[in-house]
Structures are given as structure tokens and as C-alpha cells.
Write a new protein. Structure first.
Lengths: 396, 318
């Protein structure tokens, strides 16, 4: 397997978007200070009817699923032996490493007794029955694994060739862990809701929920690779390797088909579709979720649309939103609180979530500019890339 | 190509499919009632809504006054919370004329931890901060180990554990069955304060027998209702109401140690209709099937290491 060549992008760090995003991070940091000083009740709209809100769903569940780019590419490259995708793995790993770091950070921010967080790692406290325990352990470990997968670019950057050579000999262990751990906790994030039983609408409370969470995380992993590829073109002026994304889309569509077949077969088998009448919100959000999965399916099943850079980008966005809405629905919209409780995220919750997202963008940009992550710029156009598509495929 | 596919399928199918599919090979049954399970019987038809039990609970557990209008003068919580472990709520319908009647009637209900036989909060807690006494079955919370993830709040089918959202350094609070008082040979505070015997203390077995005895009485006849405990001589005679013919907590979610009788359907009292098989047992069946001895994840890891090592070994040569 031939490893792809990579080089630091170079360029100014302190660009205008960078300053703007830093401002968002700063705001989030101040608000986090408020949260730690005055508590969850003061900073969020969480209550004893809705003890989990935006931070749990967006900053942990969805961020972790968005961080699955490194996971799916590792499977495609190392297990399915598609070395041609190697140019994509480093940027995907950087994005995943940031996503998982932030998801772990968000977990720390969200737990009410953060000063006690180490209790979860004490052997005498372990509860192997707890899905939360499994998720917490896997997500923390996987965060470490992701950064370890990024040691080679750092070693290249600092010219430690000898160490790099020996490091690569054990890389297979790290890569394998980097596949097992997400498989475990992405399904676990779905298994989390099983114990809530009737408190979750039958639209989302299904024996297949672990499988559906895992499958949708894989779908989101493919989607984020395509999405980030397009963004790197727009934001950092890279050339779009459209032929690679097309082929990813071909693999992706099978996961999408399997996901939707099982989603619907299960709903029909359990006679659960009637639950869309439970409330207007549930009906609308379920429709939105399914629609966001179906639109990309139609695009990706159509060979001509699949080859179009814009259609591909659109499907990636739809799928990221679909997975996000699916998670929101399963954990919040489909949740039956005790009578009298309502929840809508507070401004602080929103601004902190936005700030965490900004950290990811800033971190990603910084690393690809300073470290050998992206393939070096070339003048030649890759075979099969659709250079006539304006906007996306333009080489800068 | 076909060999590579096979490698991938081997690794992926054996591992990830096992890890994600619902395949309960050996179902974990509901947990059993502990040998010396204590119990409480709350008879909503005897409750007069005096809230003496709430006062007793606050005193016994050293909990602060909580009022809806922020005044520190009197205790007027609207729901159980981080500061209120026990609360009397009311169901009312239409003109609310007759006690313990569903239409145009009303009923009180006392809400606190039901001390499940197979508690969801214990199953979900990542740090074993929720524990059930193996002998008397009391479900206790231990904040020392708690990280505040609030999974217990989210998952409890009866919405019992409460996070202290008013506090910067909060904790989970829930009824501990006054285990500190029981240790001193005292009754749970709510039972001790109850003037009508609506809250009764004993073993779970005794409470279940007493509940069925009451259900067997002819409505309109008189019955000598015990106060505090069954063997307390201080009984009072009252007319037997029209009970809903069910002891809530006998089977719900695998059973609870606090049992409830009422004259209006339990659903009206926010006591959900929960199937007999506990949600904890369903969740744990899936978990233990997938992670039994960590065999599936380790097999997946082994398969992946085998395949990825070969792939990386090919590096540079091609």
C-alpha cells in the first residue's frame, strides 16, 4: 500500500475568519466560566424533566458521530484495502481527533459533578451493566487513539525519521483499536436509550436502536469526509478530488440503503408508525429526519447526480443533518418527560455549542497549515474530477 | 479482490454485527425480591392531603424549605426536586366533588422513590453511585462516587432521582427510605407522621398481604385500618372505598418495594403502566450479550489487527 505524500499548507494563521471564530471561542469560554461558577441550572434550561439537552445531544452524540470520518476511512483503507483513499485520511483524522476531544470536553462540561469525574475510572466504582460507563471509557480511549494516529505527521514535521519507522511498526494496533472503539460506543450511544423504555416514543425506542445509531454514524462519517473535502476546496483553496468522493459515495449509498430498509422494516413490523400522531413536533421531526435521509438516497442512487460535485456536497449536508436530527429525535423529541416540564436550549447552551464548533474549525485550519496533513498542491487535475463544476472544483 | 472482501467481511461481520445487533442469547431475568425486603404501603384513599409526611421528611433529611414564590416562609414545592424528596400531589377532575373518584372527583398521591426490585437507576449508573441493599432492598444514592451525568434522572421510569439544578455544586437527591432512621430502630419519617395510616411500614410481603386484604373487602363495609405498622394497636375504622383492583408496584417493572392502592386509575396519578419485565433487564441483556467476557470486541480487534498488519506491511513496496 502506497502512502500518500502530504505537506503543510503554509499560509497565514491569523486570517479574518480565524479572528472571528476565536471571538466565538472566547465568548464560549466566558460562558463556561459562568456555568462552572453558578451551576447547570443557572447556565442552561435543563430541568428535572429534561435532564439532558443540547450539550448532550449536539456536543456529545452528534459531535462524536461527525467525528467518524477517521473511523470509516480506516475501515475503507486498511480493511477493504483501498489505498487510493489514503490522501483523505490525514485531514479526516485531524477533524475526528478534534471532534472527539470536544465531545469528551463537552461531557466534562455537562456532568454536574465535574470535580468528581475521575470516579468513573476507579476500579471499585465500575458498573459493567452501565451503557454510560462503556461509552465514557470508549470515547476517552478513542480520543487518545485518534491523536496517536496523528503522531506520524508530527514526527514527519519534526524530522524524527527513525522514531517514525519504529512507530509505524505498531501502528496496526492503534488503527485496529481505532475501528473497534467507535464500533462499540457508536452503537452504545444508541443502546443508551433502551433502558428508558416507554419514556421514549416507539418511533425511536426500538431493539434495533444500537444498529441504527452505528449505521447512521458510519453514514455521517462518509458524509463528513465529503463535506470537509468540499470545505477545504472553498475555504483553503484545495483541489477537489472528485473521483475519490464519488467512489466513497458509492460505498456510502449501501449503508444508506441498509439503514433505511431496517429503519422502515422495524417501524412497520412493530406497528410504530402510528406514533407520528403522538404530537405535532414528533410528526414533523420524524418527517424531517426521513426526508433528510431520502433526498441523498435518491441523489446517490442516480449515477449522473452522484458524479456531480454540487449534488454530492448537497447529499453530504443532508446526511449530516439527517443523522443529527435522528439523534435529536431519539433523545429529546421522542422523550416523554414527567408532566409539566418543557425544554428549549438557553442562549448560553447555544453559544457554548457554537464556540465548541469554532474550536474544531480553528484547530483543523491551524494543523493543516502547519503540519503535513493535506496532499501537496499540484497543477494537474486528477482523472475523473469534474473541473467544469463551478465553485467546488476550481483549483486555486 | 475477492480475498480482500472476504477478509473485510470476516472482520466486520463477526465483530461489528455482533456488537450492534439485538441478539439476546441468554436473557437476564428480572432481579428477585431481596430476602428481607422492607416495604411501604401507601393507600391514597386514606390520604387526607395534610402533608405532615412532607414536613417529617424535610426534618428527618435536613432538607431546606422550597417555595414556588421564592419566599423562605413556607414549604410549597410543586414537584419532587433536589430539595424535596417526598411530595403529596393531587389529581382533580371536573367539579372535584368526591374523593377517590375518577370523574368529578379527586385523589391525593404521595410521590417518592418506590425502591424498585430491579432498579433502572442502578443499572444505568456508570460509577455505582446508586446501590441496592442486598438484604433489605433499600435503594440508596452515594454522592461521593457520583459524577452528575443525570442518566438516572433521565432513565427512571417513575422520574424519581432529581438533580439539584439550583446549586453550583449540586448532587442527586432521592428518598433513601430513611435508612438512617431505620438503623436507629425508628420508622421512616413519612410513616411516623401519617395520622391516617395512609403510609404504612413493614416487610414487602406483609404490605402486599395487607394490600390484597383491603382489595378483598366489600366496598362500603368497615375495616380496621392500621397506623404506622400492622402490629400497632392504634387502628381506626373506616369505610372501604371502591379500590382500583390492583396493587401498584406488585409487578410493575419487576415490582417495587413501595406499594400503592388508589381509587382512581394509577395513570391519573402519574404512575405509568409499566410492563412486568424491567427495562433494566432488557438493556442489560443486550449489553451482556454483546460484551460477554469482551469476546466479541476482542475477536473484532484480533481480526482487524491481523488484516491491518498485512495491509501496512505492504506499505511502500507496491
Amino acid at each position: 500500500m502506497k502512502l500518500a505524500k502530504t505537506a503543510p499548507m503554509g499560509g497565514k494563521i491569523l486570517t479574518r475568519p480565524f479572528v472571528f471564530l476565536s471571538l466565538l471561542v472566547l465568548i464560549a469560554l466566558v460562558l463556561l466560566g459562568f456555568r462552572f461558577l453558578y451551576g447547570l441550572g443557572a447556565a442552561t434550561n435543563l430541568n428535572n424533566g429534561y435532564p439532558w439537552g443540547l450539550w448532550v445531544v449536539l456536543d456529545i452524540h452528534i459531535t462524536a458521530a461527525i467525528g467518524c470520518g477517521g473511523y470509516v476511512l480506516a475501515v475503507v483503507i486498511y480493511i477493504m484495502n483501498r489505498g487510493e483513499f489514503h490522501t483523505l485520511i490525514r485531514p479526516a483524522l485531524v477533524a475526528s481527533a478534534f471532534a472527539y476531544t470536544l465531545a469528551n470536553l463537552a461531557a466534562f462540561v455537562d456532568i454536574g459533578r465535574w470535580w468528581n469525574f475521575y470516579q468513573i475510572a476507579l476500579p471499585w466504582n465500575i458498573n459493567l451493566h452501565s451503557v454510560m460507563f462503556e461509552i465514557a471509557m470508549c470515547m476517552a480511549l478513542y480520543m487518545i487513539v485518534l491523536w496517536m494516529e496523528l503522531v506520524p505527521p508530527a514526527l514527519e514535521h519534526f524530522g524524527k525519521q527513525k522514531f517514525l519507522k519504529s512507530y509505524k511498526k505498531v501502528l496496526f494496533v492503534i488503527i485496529s483499536l481505532g475501528i473497534v472503539l467507535p464500533t462499540m460506543h457508536q452503537s452504545g450511544l444508541g443502546a443508551l436509550i433502551v433502558v428508558a423504555g416507554d419514556k421514549i416514543s416507539p418511533l425511536w425506542q426500538t431493539p434495533w436502536i444500537s444498529f441504527l445509531f452505528l449505521a447512521s454514524a458510519i453514514i455521517m462519517g462518509f458524509a463528513i469526509v465529503i463535506f470537509e473535502g468540499a470545505l477545504t476546496v472553498l475555504g483553503l483553496g484545495r483541489r477537489l478530488e472528485l473521483h475519490l468522493y464519488r467512489r466513497l459515495a458509492k460505498v456510502l449509498r449501501w449503508f444508506l440503503v441498509i439503514f433505511l430498509v431496517i429503519r422502515f422494516a422495524d417501524l412497520v413490523y412493530r406497528d410504530a408508525l402510528v406514533a407520528i400522531t403522538e404530537s405535532n413536533a414528533r410528526g414533523v421531526m420524524f418527517g424531517l429526519e426521513i426526508g433528510l435521509f431520502l433526498i441523498p438516497l435518491m441523489i446517490l442512487l442516480h449515477p449522473r447526480w452522484r458524479g456531480n460535485a454540487r449534488a454530492l456536497f448537497l447529499s453530504a449536508i443532508c446526511l449530516l443533518l439527517a443523522g443529527a436530527v435522528f439523534r435529536f429525535n431519539a433523545l429529546i423529541i421522542g422523550f416523554n418527560p414527567p408532566a409539566g416540564y418543557v425544554y428549549f436550549p438557553s442562549v448560553i447552551e447555544l453559544l457554548v455549542s457554537i464556540g465548541l464548533l469554532a474550536v474544531e474549525v480553528i484547530g483543523f485550519t491551524y494543523i493543516v497549515k502547519r503540519y503535513p496533513v493535506l496532499p501537496p498542491r499540484k497543477k494537474t487535475v486528477a482523472p475523473g474530477s469534474n473541473s467544469s463544476t463551478p465553485g467546488l472544483a476550481t483549483n486555486v | 479482490m475477492s480475498i480482500k472482501r472476504r477478509d473485510f467481511l470476516k472482520a466486520a461481520v463477526t465483530g461489528s454485527a455482533v456488537a450492534a445487533l439485538p441478539a439476546p442469547a441468554e436473557a437476564r431475568p428480572n432481579l428477585e425480591v431481596p430476602p428481607n425486603a422492607i416495604g411501604m404501603l401507601y393507600d391514597a384513599t386514606l390520604c387526607i392531603g395534610c402533608k405532615a409526611c412532607m414536613v417529617g421528611c424535610k426534618e428527618a433529611n435536613d432538607m431546606p424549605v422550597e417555595s414556588a414564590d421564592q419566599s423562605p416562609i413556607w414549604d410549597t414545592p410543586v414537584d419532587a426536586s433536589g430539595k424535596t424528596l417526598n411530595i403529596i400531589k393531587v389529581y382533580r377532575d371536573g367539579t372535584a366533588e368526591v374523593k377517590d373518584r375518577e370523574t368529578d372527583g379527586f385523589s391525593f398521591v404521595k410521590r417518592h422513590c418506590l425502591h424498585c426490585v430491579d432498579p433502572g437507576c442502578i443499572s444505568v449508573c456508570p460509577t455505582t453511585a446508586m446501590r441496592k441493599d442486598p438484604d433489605n432492598g433499600i435503594v440508596t444514592h452515594h454522592p461521593d462516587a457520583c459524577i452528575g451525568c443525570r442518566y438516572c434522572v433521565w432513565a427512571c421510569p417513575y422520574n424519581v432521582p432529581k438533580w439539584d439544578f439550583d446549586e453550583a455544586f449540586g448532587r442527586i437527591n432521592k428518598c433513601q427510605f430513611c435508612n438512617h432512621r431505620l438503623a436507629e430502630g425508628l420508622l421512616p419519617a413519612c410513616v411516623e407522621q401519617c395520622p391516617t395510616g395512609a403510609s404504612l411500614f413493614g416487610t414487602r410481603e406483609e404490605m402486599l398481604e395487607e394490600a390484597h386484604r383491603r382489595l378483598a373487602q366489600e366496598p362500603g363495609s368497615t375495616y380496621a385500618y392500621p397506623r404506622n405498622t400492622l402490629d400497632d394497636p392504634n387502628r381506626h375504622e373506616a369505610t372501604v372505598p371502591h379500590y382500583i383492583d390492583q396493587v401498584y408496584g406488585e409487578t410493575q417493572g419487576g415490582g417495587t418495594q413501595v406499594l400503592i392502592l388508589a381509587g382512581v386509575p394509577f395513570g391519573k396519578l402519574d404512575l405509568p403502566d409499566i410492563p412486568e419485565r424491567s427495562f433494566a433487564s432488557i438493556s442489560e441483556t443486550i449489553q451482556s450479550t454483546v460484551y460477554k467476557g469482551m469476546i466479541a470486541p476482542l475477536a473484532l480487534l484480533g481480526g482487524l489487527m491481523f488484516v491491518s498488519r498485512r495491509r501496512l506491511g505492504e506499505g511502500g513496496e507496491k
